[in-house]
Design a protein around this ligand. Structure first.
Ligand code: P70
Length: 472
């Protein structure tokens, strides 16, 4: 007999419910559209969700980048902007926050993550050098290539398998790295490019044990490790939760310990750090810092503002302190996991285990009838928008781009559609609506015919590419 009483969400999942450690003070109305309006909008956008107008979107899961809700304290901090060209007090607050929570010696603000990637790539890569990393990221790899470097993927094989339940799919395969060093020589390695919760792998973390072993290997060869700290707080949460020996440490302490094993970091503060714009670059080495501090004035702005307003730096300093709190990060990852558990229970193919910032639908298994050149993940993003106005992002063959040498597509093993959850923005009821829409699209999966590309720009094509629907 079915239970006559409705169950809370927590009870349905066999546990006590948790709730967000905040309440809502200001709301932004959402607009719902009709099917006809959405058909027009997505056709006008060339079936690329990046080209939709935000006004035509109902629940926006394009990205967690710059889309977080700021706290009342951060908004209060915005009013304390010291908009001096040089030496703004907000810069010193930011510097203190990065030093305190990430632990690096020297700090430079940048307009966002790719500004910092540009500077570190220019300063630390010599023509023809290799940059081994735990899976590529689009902007990171492009800046490394523009600086004359060659990216080499040295992530563990499990990262390329959406079904593998390895708890640390972001780990570096030390044998792959050692083989590269042996083959090319340590002097041909610019540095190791290590990312916390690897975005393109599904938000998968790196373990502390792996980092320590990587540090030992790099020390033997005199190789530096620079960290993409964009979602490193989320990574620290997974270490606390999953890695033996870390359960009694706070997320803040794990974060600092992790960074302590690296030589520097770049940051898109639009993610973990809870701001709508901003980034930073931090290193320990005095000489490298000297070079970076010189480059920042050429490409970003003076070294005490780096392309940001004083108020943005203040919001970032406050956001950093909020982002490392255990209650914040538990609720953030808990919400992503809630959506992931619903979809898993409904047998919808997603990357397992559920990562930090997003649910990644496995478009290959979703649409087995579509060859990769028919852009299955892009198709899925378009279908989801058509069903409900939910916006997601392709992370497959369109994102991977083309091999600069052969001109052919890169064919990534992972063909994914990302449902990215902004921080502190949507409620559990929104997650239910998302799950139901994914299920509706899954139920209609046999009708999908795929897309063909009709326009693509030279760099980072996925942002502006246009597609056409295939009929058969
Ligand atoms: C996303 C955003 C940005 C990002 C990142 C990692 C691990 C650096 C950056 C760059 C925005 C984005 C960027 C390229 C393609 C699609 C979307 N990721 N490292 O949505 O930082 O955007 O501040 O320059 O995830 O994942 P920024």
């Amino acid at each position: 007999m079915t239970d006559p009483y409705p169950l809370t969400m927590g009870q349905q999942f066999g546990r006590r419910s948790w709730a967000e450690p905040w309440k809502i003070k200001m709301v932004e109305p959402l607009r719902m559209t009709s099917r006809g309006e959405r058909e027009r909008a997505i056709a006008e956008a060339g079936y690329n969700t990046f080209l939709l107008k935000s006004e035509d979107v109902y629940i926006d899961l394009l990205t967690d980048s710059g889309t977080s809700a700021m706290s009342d304290r951060q908004w209060a901090g915005m009013m304390l902007g010291d908009e001096a060209y040089a030496g703004s007090r907000n810069f010193y607050n930011l510097e203190d926050a990065v030093r305190m929570h990430y632990g690096y010696k020297h700090v430079l603000p940048t307009h966002q993550g790719r500004g910092a990637e540009h500077l570190i790539s220019r300063a630390a890569i010599k023509q023809g050098q290799y940059i081994p990393g735990n899976m590529y990221f689009t902007t990171t790899r492009l800046h490394q290539e523009l600086a004359g470097g060659v990216f080499v993927d040295v992530i563990v094989d499990e990262a390329h398998d959406p079904a593998s339940r390895h708890p640390f799919k972001g780990d570096v395969d030390l044998n792959k790295l050692e083989a590269l060093v042996k083959r090319e020589g340590a002097e041909r390695i610019a540095y190791v490019s290590l990312a916390g919760t690897v975005n393109m792998a599904g938000g998968q973390p790196v373990s502390m044990a792996n980092l320590r072993a990587l540090r030992a290997l790099c020390d033997r060869h005199g190789i530096k490790i620079y960290l993409d700290a964009t979602r490193m707080v989320e990574n620290a949460f997974f270490i606390q939760e999953r890695e033996p020996g870390w359960a009694d440490w706070s997320v803040a302490a794990i974060l600092k310990e992790f960074c302590n094993c690296t030589d520097g970091a770049w940051m898109s503060a639009k993610k973990d750090n809870l701001v709508n714009i901003g980034g930073w670059l931090a290193v320990n080495d005095d000489e490298l810092f000297e070079e970076l501090r010189n480059l920042v004035v050429v490409y970003e702005g003076l070294h005490t503002y780096g392309g940001l307003a004083g108020r943005d730096m203040e919001a970032m300093a406050i956001g950093i302190a909020e982002s490392v709190r255990d209650d914040h990060i538990r609720a953030r990852i808990g919400q992503v996991r809630y959506l992931g558990e619903l979809l898993t229970d409904w047998n919808i193919p997603i990357v397992q285990p559920v990562g930090g910032h997003a649910i990644f639908l496995d478009a290959r298994r979703f649409y087995p009838q579509l060859a990769q050149v028919k852009f299955p993940a892009q198709t899925l993003a378009a279908e989801l928008y058509l069903d409900s106005g939910i916006r997601s992002m392709e992370r497959g063959i369109a994102s991977a781009g083309r091999d600069p040498k052969t001109g052919d597509h890169y064919y990534p093993k992972l063909e994914l559609t990302r449902l990215t959850i902004p921080r502190r923005v949507y409620t559990q009821a929104h997650m239910d609506v998302v799950a139901e829409s994914v299920k509706a699209v899954h139920d209609a999966r046999e009708q999908a015919r795929g897309l063909e590309i009709v326009y693509e720009p030279k760099y980072l094509r996925f942002f502006q590419a246009r597609f056409r629907r295939l009929q058969d």
